[in-house]
Write a protein that binds this ligand. Structure first.
Ligand code: TRP
Length: 335
């Protein structure tokens, strides 16, 4: 059954040019879901990037531009998806405030994503109020569009759970207004970084969607492989090798052959990497081409964002009137 009138909302922080982890973990899913019959909204979460590092604001505008350019290059189609910027739609902050009453501090402190971030960034004692409230703002982002489905990476599921709790709390207190949204993961889980850790900009282990073929070849040459496969004919363990994980994603048809060759010692890492480089080039070439075209007319990207902001604004005004009505604030006296 087509999900008539149902909505998707998702977002990413403006981290600048996106990497393959972003592509495989979320963006590909967004592109595919554009043809699912849902209405699509995709947001650059620029306020969210400040919750983690308030100093990171130098570069927000360009980083947002780069992110949207990569979305478009990967196939997000502005005819099918509303692309907008969180900071332009101030109502998100208004709903964030109202939602902040509907959840307790201990509940937010139990958020496992927060625990991971605090550990990674070593900010134990210096957790900001905004950072603690990260999932509340995310709940506002999602529910202000009354979205039903939220395609995200695995690390975001705890935030979707908090969104559901806030929606239920609002509905049971002030009246049914919000759908209870669901998270949707990609089929292919997580792509490791060059060093086999989680791919992340801060760890410096990424392959960018926009890397050219020379950069790609150098990065793949330097990738970690099975540490026991010292010689070309050593017996390898593909399941612990990040290069093999990439073959799984980008070269599915040759996977049985590569597994057998690696395990028996017939296939060496250098050849295996060269093969991957060529498959990845095939995969990335159309994306690179589209990106180059968009870069040659940056105003067209800005226009797409502006139009998206206008559409988003219209949607949130409607939701906020319903919220004000449900909460009995009375009609706005100035407009
Ligand atoms: N927290 C998300 C991330 O870091 C970004 C985000 C902000 C988001 N608001 C959202 C994702 C709403 C989905 C829905 O990736």
């Amino acid at each position: 059954m087509p999900p008539e009138g149902k909505r998707i909302l998702s977002g990413m922080q403006p981290t600048g040019r996106l990497h393959l982890g972003n592509l495989v973990g979320a963006l590909e899913n967004w592109v595919e879901l554009q043809n699912s019959g849902y209405e699509n909204f995709h947001m650059v979460a620029d306020w969210h990037s400040l919750t983690i590092d308030y100093k990171s604001s130098d570069n927000l505008e360009d980083a947002s531009f780069q992110v949207v350019t990569d979305w478009l290059a990967a196939g997000i189609d502005p005819e099918k998806s509303v692309i907008f910027t969180q900071s332009q739609i101030k109502e998100h902050a208004e709903l964030n405030l109202l939602f902040s009453m509907l959840i307790t501090v201990p509940r937010l402190e139990r958020n496992p994503t927060l625990k991971d971030r605090v550990r990674d960034a070593d900010i134990d004692e210096n957790l900001s109020f905004g950072h603690l409230g990260y999932p509340v703002l995310q709940a506002a982002d999602i529910l202000i569009y009354r979205a039903n489905l939220v395609p995200v990476g695995e690390d975001q599921l705890p935030h979707i759970e908090i969104t559901r709790e806030i929606a239920r709390k609002f509905n049971s207190t002030y009246g049914e207004l919000f759908p209870i949204p669901e998270g949707k993961l990609t089929k292919f889980g997580r792509l490791p970084g060059l060093d086999n850790k989680k791919m992340s900009k801060t760890l410096g282990n990424t392959i960018l969607m926009s890397d050219d073929s020379e950069t790609l070849a150098i990065k793949i040459k330097g990738m970690i492989t099975d540490p026991e496969k010292i010689y070309r004919n050593s017996l390898g363990h593909p399941d612990i090798c990040p290069v093999f994980a990439y073959h799984n994603k980008f070269n599915e048809s040759e996977v049985p052959e590569i597994r057998a060759g690696c395990e028996s010692g017939a296939l060496g890492c250098a050849d295996c990497k060269q093969n991957l480089t060529s498959k990845l080039n095939d995969y990335l070439d159309p994306i690179r081409e589209k990106r180059a075209e968009l870069e040659s007319k940056p105003d067209s990207v800005r226009d797409i964002i502006n139009e998206g902001n206008i559409k988003a604004k219209k949607e949130v005004s409607e939701t906020m009137s319903l919220v004000y009505e449900a909460m009995k604030f009375g009609k706005p006296s100035i407009s």
